[in-house]
Design a protein around this ligand. Sequence first.
Ligand SMILES: [Zn+2]
Ligand SMILES: [Zn+2]
Length: 112
Amino acid sequence: MSLSQHVTAGELDGYLIGRLDPVEARRVETHCRSCESCARQRDLRRAARALTGQTSAGSTASACLSGTTLSRFASGTLEADERALVEGHLHDCQACRDELAVLRCDEQHGQA
Ligand SMILES: [Zn+2]
Ligand SMILES: [Zn+2]
């Protein structure tokens, strides 16, 4: 797999506080494994958060799926393992299932 674009500071922060959706969080993890500079940024930001007491408060549940992820899922452009993450979340989350249903409905109307 080629190195995709670097993760942004916002993505790193979202990742550290568990606010990224599972697909985005996975991208950050995968990228940091192969990119030393982003991994270093992540560690620095994590250390900074620990110093200021801003560690994520207990909950390790991932955030809900973002609009981007849901629309990529609906249009079938996610990779297989990303789809699996989304399907796992949808299984447990009524809110995201509802959102997906709306998206799919919009798409059908849009492509008529
Ligand atoms: Zn990078
Ligand atoms: Zn959800």
